[in-house]
Design a protein around this ligand. Structure first.
Ligand code: BGC
Length: 412
């Protein structure tokens, strides 16, 4: 009798792996005011008290005291680099009086990362101004702010430069400028194109001088800034619509870069989402053809990151590129892993097509204070319990850990 042996052909789909360059900087980021807690001496604290945010940043994640716990998590995640920012109002709490203890605090923080073999990416200014400066001069729209900022920068580079691997003079100048001077969502809460223009001019000048001073003090320090970039599209079909949207996108994404005439050692990009522009209110909205939206209502538009990188490559062919922020608010952690994978897929493609992308930083390691929106939006790979200050890794934390360990993703 013939045996009736049935061999079932099992279809195993082996997914292709997309490997990243060796020495790729896998990172995560956060910023002083959003995590440290009790930054009572800056303009954001006051803005919160005046009702500019839904709640006070209060103790935030108490990372001023608990930074070692954050570093434990960074280490567990396998991060190669970590991005944080310095709080100007702690380092220079009174005009011209620098606080030694605050400088030493940051030295300890940076040394602790180095000890763990984690590279340090440090932002000098992530949006907060000391109260003495705003009380006396109002803010960036006042020309005096330039000298003060340059003095602060020199102090930091002299004191801490040796502990820094990548130095960002500014975080996303286009955001505090537009939100602070055009739509009044950030301090100083203006809607004034003239002040916007002046503040932009001063910030560009301050940046240029800081770059020069940094290079004088420590020529080898990789110095630049990181910009908020986005993909802009329109569904309008009228003649000139595409041209107009391109112009708006170019201004938002590249104006600052073009104005600083090559004074940057790398291109820093923060990319989250795409925007659809239209000739009625709201003039800018999330891309309507997207099917996934974060808790902020932002569309999942991963291809945009590729378009932006390829534009950066064309505009600044000699400069390496770092993606210094990318992330999603997702309290239930439903889309975060897919969000990361989706963006990494397009970054991979850009690298394959010759873009010199050296690193990727997820925003953020922890849930934190999301500016005017308060603690509601949750961007963290770790969930924060703001009562107990417990940090709890989400599932997507382990997804990102695997990506880092394997130095790659599965093709999706
Ligand atoms: C900022 C962060 C902010 C994140 C999410 C970026 O524009 O640099 O401070 O939390 O976006 O909105």
């Amino acid at each position: 009798m013939k045996s009736k042996l049935k061999i079932k052909s099992k279809k195993t789909t082996v997914k292709r792996k997309l490997f990243f360059p060796s020495n790729f900087w896998w990172g995560a980021a956060y910023a002083s005011h959003q995590v440290e807690g009790n930054n009572t001496n800056n303009n954001w604290w006051r803005w919160e008290k005046q009702g500019g945010a839904v709640e006070s940043s209060a103790r935030a994640c108490d990372s001023w005291h608990l930074f070692r716990r954050d570093h434990d998590l960074a280490e567990e995640l396998g991060l190669k680099a970590f991005r944080l920012s310095l709080e100007w109002s702690r380092i220079e709490p009174k005009e011209g009086k620098f606080n030694k203890a605050a400088v030493e605090h940051y030295r300890t923080v940076l040394k602790d990362l180095k000890r763990r073999n984690i590279k340090t990416v440090v932002t000098l200014w992530h949006w907060t101004l000391p109260l003495w400066l705003v009380d006396k001069y109002g803010g960036w729209h006042n020309k005096n702010s330039v000298n003060f900022f340059v003095r602060y920068c020199k102090k930091v580079v002299k004191e801490l430069g040796e502990e820094i691997d990548l130095f960002l003079i500014l975080n996303e100048p286009n955001i505090p400028l537009s939100k602070g001077y055009l739509n009044a969502e950030h301090p100083p809460g203006k809607r004034n194109p003239w002040l916007f223009w002046r503040a932009t001019k001063n910030m560009i000048q301050a940046y240029n001088r800081c770059y020069n001073e940094t290079k004088k003090i420590q020529p080898s320090l990789l110095t630049g800034f990181t910009h908020h970039v986005s993909e802009f599209v329109t569904l309008h079909k009228f003649p000139g619509a595409q041209w107009l949207v391109k112009k708006i996108g170019d201004y938002f994404n590249w104006h600052f870069y073009l104005k600083i005439g090559g004074k940057f050692d790398f291109v820093g990009l923060n990319y989250y989402t795409g925007h659809e522009l239209q000739l009625k209110k709201p003039f800018s909205k999330p891309r309507s053809e997207s099917v996934i939206f974060s808790d902020m209502g932002w569309s999942f538009s991963p291809r945009g990151i590729y378009e932006i990188i390829m534009e950066a490559k064309k505009k600044f062919p000699q400069k390496p590129i770092y993606i210094l922020e990318n992330g999603a608010a997702d309290a239930e952690d439903k889309i975060r892993a897919e969000y990361i994978q989706g963006h990494l897929k397009w970054i991979y493609r850009a690298i394959k097509e010759g873009a010199d992308v050296r690193g990727y930083f997820y925003w953020s390691l922890l849930d934190n204070f999301e500016w005017q929106a308060g603690f509601g939006p949750r961007f963290g790979l770790c969930e924060m319990d703001y009562k107990t200050m417990e940090r709890k890794p989400r599932k997507s934390f382990y997804y990102y850990q695997k990506v880092i360990k394997e130095n790659g993703i599965e093709a999706c």
